[in-house]
Design a protein around this ligand. Structure first.
Ligand SMILES: C[S@@+](CC[C@H](N)C(=O)[O-])C[C@H]1O[C@@H](n2cnc3c(N)ncnc32)[C@H](O)[C@@H]1O
Length: 276
């Protein structure tokens, strides 16, 4: 397992707690009670699939296409599904009435010309250019279909206890996200979704809140978050003080003193008509 996959597995427990229940309930209520075609962009190691099935959000019969452009993630997703009682069925995985097709590739291109009942992108839209990503995604949803965008970062990184360098480090960390995506994608969805032809049905916060004492997943997760910040700031913009900040944070993690909060939003919308 790569570091990134270990991070995604550890993140699952933090996401489980963070996901906005009201938005999830609305998704469950709005989905038609019939067999469904669903697609997930940036499916990672596949934990989103089993979460939605095991929580009874998706109906018993769903045909689910999970796309990620990292082949190692797709291989890890296959492993995860096989561990969760899926079995190989030709080119798909099956459990009861649910089938999953695992696809390596760029989800923004692969969904083209499809007509899904439900499109999911969890912790993904903040990594891409929102204005150019939403139109092709919405065009792949059948009229009246749904799009669910949980765990969308929205510009808030908090560590406690406070450190003098926090403001500078978080500012540069967020600016690094802004190079390809946007650190404020969560709030931007409220204008971008209607502009692309969607109607927002439910929205709410899904902040990660991790505080001591940590479970083993939470400890691993926090360690990865510090690594992610270190990598994002590897261009040296912070200077030598970054090393001191990281050392302090890693010691606080070790001694179970560190609290971490990331502000995120879950948004569910309906795509009522096709946009040209
Ligand atoms: C932060 S991870 C989230 C993974 C998973 N959704 C989760 O929440 O655990 C983002 C994932 O999206 C994938 N990704 C980002 N943009 C993509 C695209 N255009 N097409 C396919 N996968 C993409 C990355 O490879 C990565 O696995």
């Amino acid at each position: 397992m790569t570091d990134f996959q270990e991070y995604l597995h550890a993140k699952r427990a933090v996401d489980d707690r963070a996901l906005n229940r009201r938005v999830l309930d609305c998704l469950r209520d709005e989905l038609p009670d019939r067999s469904l075609e669903a697609v997930e962009i940036g499916a990672g190691v596949g934990t989103g699939i089993t979460r939605l099935l095991d929580r009874g959000v998706l109906p018993e019969t769903v045909s689910y296409t999970a796309i990620d452009y990292q082949p190692e993630n797709i291989a890890a997703a296959r492993e995860h599904l096989l561990e969760r009682d899926f079995t190989e069925d030709r080119d798909r995985l099956r459990r009861g009435g649910s089938t999953v097709s695992l696809v390596i590739g760029d989800g923004l291109e692969l969904v083209d010309n499809e007509q899904y009942d439900l499109l999911i992108a969890q912790a993904v839209l903040d990594l891409v250019d929102l204005d150019s990503a939403l139109p092709p995604l919405f065009e792949s949803i059948s009229p009246g279909g749904l799009a669910y965008f949980p765990i969308t970062f929205d510009g808030g990184t908090i560590f406690d206890p406070a450190h003098l360098l926090d403001e500078r480090i978080f500012d540069l960390y967020h600016r690094d996200m802004d190079r390809e995506g946007s650190s404020r994608t969560g709030r931007r969805l409220f204008s971008a979704i209607p502009a692309a032809g969607g109607e927002i049905l439910a929205a709410g916060s899904s902040d990660w809140v991790v505080y001591p004492p940590y479970s083993s997943d939470e400890r691993r997760f926090l360690s990865h978050i510090l690594d992610i910040i270190e990598n994002a700031l590897a261009d040296g913009a912070v200077g030598e003080e970054l090393g001191e900040w990281l050392e302090t944070r890693r010691k606080q993690l070790e001694s179970e003193e560190l609290t971490y909060i990331a502000h995120q939003l879950d948004v569910l919308c309906r795509v009522s008509y096709s946009v040209t």
